[in-house]
Design a protein around this ligand. Structure first.
Ligand code: ATP
Ligand code: MG
Length: 649
């Protein structure tokens, strides 16, 4: 049996005529892609500057090892920076950088080019050559973006490690990629205090007899705090990059040259080192940024609130927007420093028109209260985006009404570290969106919802649930797991055998109109007395109650029902914990909204939920708690101490 959704599918938000009139996207885009998929992608690749044209759009003979734009050559950094300067846009602001303590810097494309060239000259003088790996362990400072682009320019493969990760998480990633260089900062601002970061690098590199691969550590001064120093190995950025020549000629690399390795969030297990290459990746990042955000250089001020330690920061702060000559905001700190107004002040200050964030932050804003955004002029916003988790309809509506003055389109973008760029999303100006639905695969992308055996789910009177698969290769697809070809096969391609489909690991449903709703990972679909219930739907019902700000639901082994539903909830600001009465009310709410089968066995009121930096709830760890097991790998959590607070309840 499939449970019906808590969402009314008849709630539809068509694009306004004004928006549609000037939108980048049109319905014809789907038709063109449908008529000739590879010709469509070739057309998209022509957004970029190629030093040598490709001879073939796709070589899929050796599937699942794809080669896109075969024989084509390009330089990724040239495409993101130089060509805009050459076209006369050197004075356009590329980055409005906003530091946590309130300092700010505007960096033009011309200045960005000079910085990237200086950094490239420095890395070359350190003996780094195309193909070498560089670890970047930095907060959201401009030099982090410069470092990524300098690597891209030289054909070095970067591995960005989120600066909130522990020394041991850094060390694992440095070792796995055998990085020759680590780029970091002296410290990072964290809610008004300067926290050491270089010291964490030293701790990481000296553990277990020392990291063999690392020859140098390049250090940007950010906070001015004291740092431990190893002469000969460690170098200051200002004394090296700051002194280097701003002239550097970019060399063209093969379309399949490795661009970066990035480890997944680890919500389902040990993080995987996902490998991405150059031409196809940049093509899809630029294409999606252009259409899904309806981006227009010179008109828009764009802001993606992700961290560069996450794939969203790679594709939608660095590569997509810069390839499209965006003017964007980059913010160093947290949304509530010095207070909860910070994001809204930044939107006002720069006139942000496109704002892209995660559902977890939208729910946090809801918890803080609508008076906060309502005390700001947010009228510059024309489009809002969401990524990272299914967005519950309640949050979707609030986002549109309170932040988007009831008029902005919302793009709910489904994609993964592995897909490299957006895959399933409404197209603004074209799609009549439904709150909580990712809607349709983007033009050029093909996806299916299938059952265990790979049969497409039947669209009956109501909706149908199944597994999300990508049945055709796409330009930004991962090219492997670093150093582990077997895990690449097993994780993504083995599930449907010879069919050659990519198994996304997410559950999805198709509604009666054929629109797609991502339900979260397959592991997050619970089995209660033989009924399949998605954690996302139960969570959505819980946050529909006015006392609940956030909810995380897991299935715990249950002797009688197979799995029992265990919920952890955070209450909205001002709500008194009314104990058993509240818990009973919430259980009743879920029964009413979904079905008595979905009624949680236990509900725990907790002060915090364990999350990754990308805003995902670590359900696998909550499952460990619910089943009384020892916690699994916690290395990618923002704050591992959250469990102490949960345990105390
Ligand atoms: P790991 O694979 O190690 O468990 P992860 O999957 O959390 O880590 P990411 O690649 O950052 O790491 O996340 C991709 C996942 O995020 C998707 O598979 C999906 O579950 C979820 N996701 C992202 N965007 C959306 C969205 N718009 N709607 C629903 N789910 C989304
Ligand atoms: Mg994943």
């Amino acid at each position: 049996m499939q449970l019906s959704s808590v969402v009314s599918h008849s709630e539809i938000y068509p694009p306004s005529t004004e928006f549609a009139a000037t939108a980048n996207a049109t319905e014809a885009l789907y038709d063109r892609a449908e008529a000739d998929r590879l010709a469509f992608w070739a057309e998209q690749a022509n957004r970029l500057h190629w030093d040598q044209p490709w001879s073939q759009v796709l070589d899929w003979d050796d599937a699942p090892l794809a080669r896109w734009f075969v024989d084509g050559k390009l330089n990724v950094a040239y495409n993101c920076v130089d060509r805009h300067v050459h076209a006369g846009h050197g004075d356009q602001v590329a980055i409005h950088w906003e530091g946590e303590p309130g300092d700010s810097r505007d960096i033009t494309y011309g200045q960005l080019l000079a910085e990237v060239c200086r950094a490239a000259n420095t890395l070359t003088s350190l003996g780094l050559r195309a193909g070498d790996r560089v670890a970047i362990y930095m907060p959201m400072v401009p030099e982090a973006i410069v470092s990524m682009l300098a690597c891209a320019r030289l054909g070095l493969t970067h591995s960005v490690v989120f600066a909130g990760f522990s020394p041991s998480a850094l060390r694992q990633r440095v070792d796995d990629a055998e990085a020759r260089l680590v780029i970091t900062t002296d410290g990072q601002w964290r809610r008004g205090t300067a926290a050491p970061l270089k010291a964490a690098v030293d701790e990481a590199l000296s553990a277990d007899g020392g990291a063999a691969s690392v020859e140098h550590v390049l250090v940007v001064r950010r906070t001015g705090i004291e740092v431990p120093w190893t002469a000969g190995r460690d170098l200051w950025w200002d004394e090296t990059v700051g002194q280097a020549s701003a002239e550097h000629e970019a060399e063209a690399f093969d379309a399949e040259h490795p661009l970066f390795i990035l480890y997944t969030s680890g919500t389902t297990g040990k993080p995987k080192g996902i490998l991405h290459t150059s031409g196809g990746y940049l093509t899809q990042a630029a294409y999606t940024h252009h259409y899904v955000f309806d981006h227009n250089p010179g008109r828009d001020v764009y802001w993606c609130t992700a961290d560069i330690g996450w794939v969203t920061g790679h594709s939608y702060i660095v590569y997509g927007p810069l390839a499209n000559r965006a003017t964007q905001v980059v913010y160093e700190g947290t949304p509530n420093f010095p207070n909860e107004h910070r994001h809204f002040e930044i939107i006002e200050k720069y006139g942000v028109s496109i704002y892209y964030t995660a559902p977890t932050l939208v729910r946090t804003f809801m918890k803080w209260g609508r008076e906060i955004p309502e005390s700001h002029n947010l009228s510059s916003l024309r489009l809002l985006g969401s990524v990272g988790e299914p967005i519950n309809p309640e949050a979707w509506r609030w986002y549109r009404e309170v932040i988007g003055s009831n008029k902005t389109p919302i793009v709910d973008t489904w994609w993964q570290t592995e897909t490299g760029a957006m895959m399933i999303s409404p197209l603004p100006g074209v799609t009549a969106a439904k709150p909580g639905a990712a809607m349709r695969p983007l033009p050029g992308i093909s996806a299916k919802v299938v059952d265990e055996d790979g049969n497409p789910v039947e669209l009956g009177e109501t909706e149908a649930n199944g597994y999300l698969v990508l049945d055709k290769p796409w330009p930004a697809m991962l090219r492997g797991i670093w150093g582990d070809p077997e895990r690449y096969q097993d994780t993504y391609w083995a599930r449907y055998g010879t069919r050659g489909w990519y198994f996304a690991g997410d559950g999805a449903k198709l509604d009666k109109d054929g629109d797609l709703w991502v339900l979260g990972r397959v592991d997050d679909v619970m089995n209660v007395s033989g009924h399949r219930i998605s954690t996302a739907e139960v969570e959505s019902a819980l946050v529909g109650h006015s006392a609940v700000a956030e909810a995380a639901v897991v299935g715990a082994t249950d002797a009688t029902t197979g799995q029992g539903i265990v919920a952890f909830v955070i209450l909205t600001g001002g709500t008194e914990d009314t104990g058993d009465a509240l818990v009973a009310e919430l259980k009743a709410e879920v029964s009413r909204e979904i079905s008595p089968i979905a009624r949680p066995r236990e509900i725990h009121v907790v002060p915090e939920l364990p999350k990754t930096r990308s805003g995902k709830i670590m359900r696998r760890l909550l499952r460990d708690v619910a089943e009384g097991r020892e916690l699994g790998d916690t290395s990618t959590l923002v704050d591992p101490t959250v469990f102490e607070a949960i345990a105390r309840r």
